[in-house]
Write a protein that binds this ligand. Structure first.
Ligand SMILES: [Zn+2]
Length: 265
């Protein structure tokens, strides 16, 4: 018997064994289903083990990249700041078309959490983005990128509502139901969550650096019914924009949403 997966206490969780007649057996001491993390990690390996790597099909991971802070600028390492330019829109469009041209990638789209207050009518970025905006998805990221950890109800409402108005009037692929709060803030501030709910937000990015806030199955990970709920890629109702991030790294894991237009990312 060969242990393949062992826990910290030395217990064997998976093992393989070769019988006298040469047949191999793989044993697992746990159950699996598509909603469990260990299944997501191990399932592909099981297929590889059974088939010795020879099978029809392929292993595929779906994700939607999110580029935060559209219209806003950000600090540059070494000083100064950078804001997306019209030429970046063109370069992104070229890149996204190339990605979509790869087999199976036709539905791939970049999603932009946006801060509408930094857009102006004569802004060259806005002018460049408008004609190609139907090829991207857009997510409310508050009007001024305000941290929502300690704000009042009225401040949170203004931040979310003004940006929602902007999104609904500018973008085809936008839904009021989804919100990415700046720096994943406000999730423990009842004022912010109540304001989000009152605007119509149903799904919100969670903070995976907190225990229990990572991607969970359909039956767990939700917040109180009166608040927007965090959700994961395996917890996706038809109108859910699901995102899960680590506050420390800013990394985003698997995302998927179906937006007002019916387009899917
Ligand atoms: Zn941001």
């Amino acid at each position: 018997m060969t242990p393949l997966l062992v826990d910290g206490a030395g217990h064997t969780l998976m093992s393989s064994r070769v019988g006298a007649d040469g047949r191999e057996t793989l044993a697992m001491t746990f159950d699996s289903n598509p909603f469990l993390l260990h299944h997501a990690i191990l399932a592909h390996g099981l297929v590889e083990w059974v088939t010795k790597g020879i099978y029809l099909g392929e292993y595929r991971v779906y994700l939607t990249p999110q580029a935060d802070d559209l219209y806003n600028d950000d600090d540059l390492f070494g000083g100064g700041s950078y804001r997306m330019k019209a030429t970046d829109v063109t370069a992104l469009q070229t890149w996204q078309l190339a990605i979509q041209a790869i087999g199976g990638n036709a539905g791939f789209r970049v999603a932009f959490p946006f801060n509408g207050s930094f857009s102006t009518l004569l802004d060259t970025l806005s002018i460049a983005l408008t004609p190609v905006s139907p090829t991207y998805n857009f997510i409310n990221h508050t009007w001024t990128h305000q941290n929502l950890d300690t704000v009042s109800y009225n401040t949170a409402l203004t931040e979310i509502q003004r940006n929602d108005n902007f999104g609904r009037s500018h973008f085809l692929n936008y839904s009021t139901a989804a919100l990415v709060t700046p720096e994943i803030s406000g999730l423990l501030n009842p004022n912010a969550m109540r304001a989000a709910k009152d605007v119509g937000v149903k799904y919100i990015v969670s903070d995976t650096s907190r225990p229990g806030w990572d991607n969970r199955g359909r039956t767990s990970g939700s917040t109180a019914r009166s608040s927007p709920r965090s959700c994961s890629s395996r917890d996706v109702p038809p109108t859910c924009s699901s995102m899960s991030r680590c506050r420390a790294s800013g990394q985003t894991s698997t995302t998927r949403s179906t937006l007002r237009s019916g387009g899917e990312i």
